[in-house]
Design a protein around this ligand. Structure first.
Ligand code: NI
Length: 135
């Protein structure tokens, strides 16, 4: 097996809020993250697969790039994460963003790319990094 990682970037706003809590409770838990603010995120998507003898590739990175753009980046970049279709009803934490990105990508990668999703990693800041490897 060979593991390949593709990086993408997106810039988005979010606000950490539990809608079941009042303003004071949200402020106590989330602090200044209860205010709308933005990040320049980096997304690292790792896939794994066998090297095809005819191409020398695990998968064509152009195809992986297209899937990342259409299923994830086009929906998140310059958007308010709390309102993004695959984040509806969830707290817009980067933990939940990681899981939601995995759920968006798992099937198209398996069905279209002849390899498997291995890891979704999101850098929110250079000090805060989140990884999801599936269930
Ligand atoms: Ni934030």
């Amino acid at each position: 097996m060979v593991y390949i990682t593709r990086r993408e970037r997106f810039s988005s706003a979010h606000k950490l809020e539990n809608k079941n809590f009042n303003k004071e409770e949200n402020t106590n838990i989330f602090g200044s993250c209860y205010n709308m603010h933005g990040h320049n995120y980096e997304l690292f998507v790792t896939v794994k697969g066998k090297v095809d003898k005819e191409t020398g590739f695990v998968t064509n990175l152009k195809d992986l790039k297209k899937i990342l753009k259409s299923y994830v980046i086009s929906k998140l970049d310059h958007q308010f994460i709390n309102d993004v279709s695959f984040m509806k009803g969830k707290i817009a934490s980067t933990e939940n963003v990681c899981i939601a990105i995995w759920n968006e990508l798992e099937k198209p990668i398996k069905n279209k790319l002849n390899c498997k999703l291995f890891c979704v990693k999101v850098l929110e800041t250079e000090n805060n990094i989140f990884e999801y490897f599936g269930k």
